[in-house]
Design a protein. Structure first.
Length: 411
């Protein structure tokens, strides 16, 4: 047991609710926690609280964004406490006063947390639960067989009290590394949320225009990744093809193209010297100036997926998520040198339509516009069966496991 046991209550005293804090800065993947939070909020056994904190993403000079993170929850009607402090130890003191039984995290990389909220400090007074923000482990690390060590050897993985996983492969890697006692294979609330919301979400497209014919344009969603070099994943091709995409948009005014970049992408481009800040700014200005292009980082994934006619991505999570929401294959611009796929990644790639250059992309989009894109229905069904071992049950399972764990610790 990682933490001291809570004191036993006298038999004539009603048990208090289980205090749970959701400590959040990666709101781009709140859907990995949302259903857990809402179920706890409706469950008298629990007293959940959302707390927003600053973050430092790739390319950031300092910790920031807390007002944006708070606004995300305000817009969704989710009550939350704000810890906007530059000095995170003020927030840590407040967190210890709340005295949570559990703190939920959905982001494992400790360098992006202020010092006061890093897991080594949290476990001194609470039990940390980790739910991965991504849908699945898709990529292997070079020189390693199987799951990449960064998926199970971070401090978050080693020190968390409970870890809720989707993949059998990843669970086996934890067990082989002797971290198996805290592992629970529940599936991921993220995929359940995506699948459930597909039936009820109203499609939302950031561009509102019609062609001269009165028809709406063909809608292409473009989701580039932030990994550009052999030291980390090596999927991203934005710097190599962004000018070609700009020219393609100019020459195809009957196609709407909405750019949905990975949250780290623009920062990584300049931080890794793939583009200067001026070059990136010039490209963004040219992109924004066209009538048939836009950049959007706020529309819900499901809403914008459903509104699109096709998705172009160079990886990684969209490769899984888009077909599970829409039933359609992604168009996967595959960089030859990317890190090898796991079994899950291979299934996702096989459920896509692959391209490797601009000419292939143009041909594929021409086919998509006349409904001749390969369907890949069998491959998508196989992918779904593999990545969703317990359909619709992930969040409910996690809530019950936490309740059972609390009873065990309290005994």
């Amino acid at each position: 047991m990682k933490n001291s046991q809570a004191p036993r209550l006298p038999s004539d005293v009603a048990p208090r609710p289980i205090r749970v804090v959701f400590l959040v800065f990666y709101v781009e993947a709140w859907d990995s926690l949302d259903d857990i939070y809402r179920r706890m909020l409706a469950d008298p056994r629990f007293d959940p609280t959302v707390i927003t904190i600053p973050r430092k993403l790739t390319g950031y000079e300092d910790f920031t964004d807390e007002p944006l993170i708070s606004a995300f929850f305000t817009e969704r009607g989710i009550a939350h406490e704000r810890f906007p402090y530059d000095d995170s130890f003020i927030g840590l003191e407040r967190l210890t006063e709340i005295d949570p039984d559990y703190v939920f995290l959905n982001y494992p990389w400790q360098r992006n947390y202020q010092p006061g909220y890093q897991i080594e400090r949290l476990i001194s007074f609470t039990r940390v639960c980790y739910v991965p923000y991504f849908t699945s482990s898709l990529v292997q690390e070079p020189a390693f067989d199987g799951i990449a060590p960064h998926q199970y050897t971070q401090p978050t993985h080693r020190l968390a009290h409970m870890i809720f996983l989707q993949d059998a492969e990843v669970a086996s890697a934890f067990i082989d590394a002797d971290y198996g006692n805290q592992i629970y294979r529940t599936g991921t609330p993220k995929i359940d949320a995506l699948r459930e919301s597909a039936a009820t979400t109203v499609p939302a497209w950031p561009l509102d225009r019609l062609l001269e014919s009165g028809d709406r344009p063909f809608r292409l969603l473009w989701g580039p990744h932030h990994s550009y070099g052999p030291n980390w994943l090596n999927f991203g091709v934005f710097a190599d093809m962004c000018h070609d995409m700009l020219e393609f948009a100019r020459l195809h005014p009957h196609i709407d193209i909405v750019l949905r970049p990975h949250p780290f992408m623009f920062g990584t481009l300049t931080d890794r010297d793939l583009m200067t800040r001026d070059e990136l700014r010039d490209w963004q200005s040219a992109w924004a100036a066209l009538p048939n292009t836009a950049t959007n980082d706020s529309a819900g994934f499901t809403a914008i997926f459903l509104a699109s006619d096709a998705l172009l991505t160079d990886g990684i999570s969209f490769l899984v998520e888009y077909p599970l929401v829409t039933g359609k294959p992604t168009i996967f611009w595959e960089k030859a040198e990317h890190w090898a796929f796991t079994h899950t990644g291979t299934l996702a790639a096989e459920a896509s339509v692959r391209v490797t250059n601009m000419a292939e992309l143009e041909g594929t989009l021409a086919a998509a516009q006349v409904q001749l894109l390969p369907v890949r229905s069998d491959e998508i069904a196989e992918l779904l069966d593999y990545v969703s071992p317990f359909p619709g049950r992930a969040a409910a399972s996690i809530v019950e496991l936490v309740a059972e764990d609390f009873e065990d610790v309290d005994e």
